[in-house]
Design a protein around this ligand. Sequence first.
Ligand code: AMP
Length: 304
Amino acid sequence: MGRIVSIGECMGELSETGSPGMLSMGFAGDTLNTAYYLRHSLGEDWQVDYVSAAGTDGLSDRMVDFLKSEGIGTDHVRRLADKTIGLYYITLKDGERSFTYWRNDSAARRLASDPAALNRALEGADLAYWSGITLAILSNQDRLALIEALGHFAGKGGTVVFDPNLRPRLWDNPETMRGWVHRAAAVSDLCLPSFEDEATWFGDADAAATARRYQAEGARRVIVKNGADDVTFAGGSGELFRFSVPSVEHVVDTTAAGDSFNAGYLAAELNGASIENAVAAGARLAGRVIGARGALVPDAVTQA
Ligand code: AMP
């Protein structure tokens, strides 16, 4: 029996249905997407828990019920009476999606405000997964608390996995983002960046440069995703491998490509797959996810 915790923010997702005046309601968020795909990729001998915060209102109840209905553990979703969950609204125009967010005061921004609760959530877990978005939404004090809790967890033998998921709009400025993301990498065993973002915000010349930069900051292993291009793996002994990814004929919506890749990779690795096979599993799952609309594609795992 193993246990994974995914730490971050799950938001309500409002999207147009095509019928005038009718919206559909779903739930998504980078770390939740990965938790969802981990839950559906791993057997019942693995427990997948979400670590977050929500309100005590009806909308928050629906989010927590959704997680439960997907088999994701909610014991560590703290409920805060004066808050609610963040929301976003997707507009589709000429095939392009654009997003409007209401998340500045979401409950999840307090997810690390109780260090004792954080330590309880991590207690007994084998792997903790988090992202640069998790870090971005917190106060400086809570960022430090989360990094400290994860450092402590790693020190006791837990595996910390971090996707930098660079979103400069969530940060005061790019320099602040870069500093915190590197501090996060320093307590993480495995970093899972996406090259396009890294090249934009760190100026990396190629995926190997991204991998080496995160290793220089303290990450033991790095896997750099790069859309349809090769995945680059940098291991703890200095080794560097590149793996091609299967081509996807009809890319419908790249939302959650990286999140699902991470889950497919981790699930395979936790089941004992080689690096090469785990990367292939991640790429296969991501390929299914981008072939359909939305972040959570129920058929993607069974097809993978
Ligand atoms: P990204 O975060 O965009 O680099 O993508 C994460 C993963 O999704 C990649 O490593 C690929 O496995 C897959 N992926 C993303 N875009 C494509 C694409 N256009 N064609 C094939 N696979 C893709």
